[in-house]
Design a protein around this ligand. Sequence first.
Ligand SMILES: [Zn+2]
Length: 351
Amino acid sequence: MRFADIIGNAEVARALVSMADSGRVAHAMLMYENEGCGAMALALAYVQYLNCAAPRGGDSCGECPSCRQMAKLVHPDVHFVFPVNKGPKSSDDKPVSESYLKYWRELVTADPYFTEADLQKAIGIESKNGLIAVAEAKSIIGKLSLTAVADGYKAVIFYLPEKMNQETANRLLKMVEEPPAKTLFIFITHAPEKVLQTIFSRCQSIRVMPLSKDEAERVKALKPADDREEYALFMDLFSDLMNSILARDLMGTLECSEAVAALESREKQKAFCIFAGNCIRKIFMVQQNLARIADIEPQEEAFITSVAARCGKGFCAKAMSDIEKVVSMIDRNVNSKILFCDLADRLFISI
Ligand SMILES: [Zn+2]
């Protein structure tokens, strides 16, 4: 990935280039973003630039052996950590990121703006929580203790450090504090407040800004077609549901809940809940006059704004917590018809 290929965040890109050019490379960096705004693309372009044999004009060349390895995510000195769990795509009893590396490479090379849900789908753990367990820390420490294969930087790109437990963090801490020479850690988080303080405090933090409408459109156009179809389906379901609730049409509301319960799998139902939770968060942001940083897509703006104006101030917080509860109940195999009927009822009452 070259900086030239990144959509948005030109200022962050410039700051990274200037850090690299001046030799002030922070050995631990924490990038925080709203999901899908390009932190992974920036991290990849940065590491590619640092290791490029012939950088020019503030960007990597894209052609040298190191750049070509980076493009395929097979650079021997660049490692990835991301939340995993046991699943059908790996036979490992205690899986680590490496157990799913093939699927990770496919996902990230096809769409560096992927979401956490995309990752779970790609590695086949949709119905589980991804975690960064202590086995991961051992694996990374092992890799970093080896001599670099090439002459450049060794890097660990760490996706969602908030999914790491205390034990994992304790294991990694010394390495993050005093890494071997020319080694850097880049943490990418969507929830900086949940990153363990021991890690957070040792990182230089960088805010990756939300994308503009135009940039978000361009990112969206890069996404695989089935993602766009799912978005359209979920948006239809969610807007039917909200419109019925706001019209005080209880029968219509319950019909919408049945349509959600009829989605073909529990994974899809869960994905819908995450989608609906996101929409409600956007509605909440509009109510708080924070629309500009809410990542609202152009095609949903009119709908989100109109719902924000029509529903009560306390609705969003309550709805988000109700939806979160449903997600955990889906994991526990509760009957989905009952679950979504109950959710629709709660939303109907609390609007
Ligand atoms: Zn190069």
